[in-house]
Design a protein around this ligand. Structure first.
Ligand code: NAG
Ligand code: NAG
Length: 363
């Protein structure tokens, strides 16, 4: 009964997402070998025959990941992703940019992190950014998705220009961080690589580590397709930090200023009124945590925060939602906030506990 309600609500929300009315993100996609290389867990990286889809597996032996073959100094990093289904507690799929390997102590990073869950409870998505080693100042936001991310591919994109960072889910911008002078070095500014990984985050990903990865439900498979990298390819990232370099990339190359100007003028980078409205709607309906409203952590909101009174009312001083997320469904009566979800959780939780005990006993 509760599971049915969840399924029905999900089905309706898929429809809602399909009619966003925004222009589709229009990028040229490429084969895996054209822009990426395996990073770790090589045996757990499976490519489709046409080389355009890659599946990353997490099993008892290892997780896996890939990395872009080049670094980029501003760009659009995009892929259509299908997440592992069923019981995925403790599993994290990450799609992010970073330069931690090159600039260890002052690295930059832009994250999409997908946090798995116990059966019957949805994946959550987290976005975050760091600049110049600002690891003491996390800027996390979390959202539920208005569709089931395990049944079909959906496009996730990170846009990074010198003026702003935007995270997109399909055609909808879900977060925009405009660079403000007060952010200083916290705004990413040095060339970054794109990473995609699946890994075991048992210690924190689901209910703060209460539910660990259960490998009886593995292997956990995250698939990536419609891969796209657009922007300024930084063949010499160290030199390019100063700006004014030359971007590699054949037809897409050229002087850095020109390539970045083209990126900033592209459809995906221009924030129209329609896109702003869609972003507000998405956030009203799906955001469940924001560091901007977490006044226990940041008594004074960080400088880039757009503290909207209409949003603030919905959050507690922990940055978490004041009330359980209400999902509109075709059967209104059966979709009561967290009620149904809780029933699902306790059933799945007891199964998980039983499975964990069995595993412990087996060892
Ligand atoms: C997508 O972009 C290409 C070139 O970048 C252009 O030729 C094409 O018309 C665009 N398609 C749409 C639907 O905007
Ligand atoms: C980045 O950090 C380094 C050392 O921590 C500092 O010297 C530099 O000024 C910072 N850069 C910016 C843009 O804040």
């Amino acid at each position: 009964m509760a599971a049915g309600a969840v399924a029905a609500a999900t089905a309706l929300l898929v429809l809602a997402a399909a009619v966003s009315g925004l222009p589709a993100i229009n990028v040229t996609t490429m084969a895996f070998d054209e822009g990426y290389a395996p990073l770790f867990g090589h045996d757990n990286i499976l490519r489709s025959a046409d080389g355009r889809t890659v599946s990353l597996l997490l099993d008892r032996s290892t997780g896996s990941g890939f990395i872009s073959s080049s670094m980029y100094h501003h760009g659009l990093f995009s892929a259509s992703i299908k997440l592992p289904s069923d019981y995925t507690a403790g599993v994290v799929v990450a799609f992010y940019t970073s330069n931690g390997d090159v600039f260890e102590k002052r690295h930059d990073e832009l994250d999409f992190e997908f946090l798995g869950n116990i059966r019957g409870k949805p994946w959550r998505v987290q976005t975050n950014l760091y600049g110049n080693g600002s690891v003491g100042r996390g800027r996390e936001e979390r959202y539920l998705l208005p569709f089931d991310p395990t049944t079909e591919f959906h496009r996730y994109s990170i846009l990074w220009t010198p003026a702003a960072v935007a995270f997109y889910v399909d055609d909808v911008p879900v977060r925009e961080v405009r660079r403000s002078p007060a952010m200083g070095g916290d705004f990413p500014s040095k060339p970054m690589s794109l990473y995609a990984t699946v890994w075991d985050a048992s210690t924190w990903a689901t209910a703060g580590g209460r539910y660990r990865v259960n490998y009886r439900y593995g292997p956990f498979v995250a698939s990536f397709t419609d891969l796209a990298l657009v922007g300024c390819r930084a063949d010499d990232p160290i030199r390019m930090v100063a700006g004014g370099g030359v971007c590699g990339g054949g037809g897409g190359g050229g002087r850095e200023e020109e390539v970045v100007a083209r990126l900033r003028a592209s459809d995906v980078a221009v924030m129209t009124v329609e896109k702003l409205q869609a972003m507000r709607r998405f956030r009203e309906q799906n955001m469940v945590y924001s560091y901007c409203y977490d006044t226990r952590r940041y008594p004074a909101a960080l400088p880039e925060c757009d503290v909207l009174e209409s949003e603030r009312r919905r959050f507690k001083d922990t940055g978490r939602l004041r009330f359980a997320m209400r999902r509109r469904g075709p059967r209104r009566g059966s979709s009561r906030g967290g009620g149904g979800g809780r029933a699902v959780r306790s059933a799945a939780a007891s199964r998980a506990v039983a499975a964990a005990k069995k595993r412990a006993a087996d060892m």
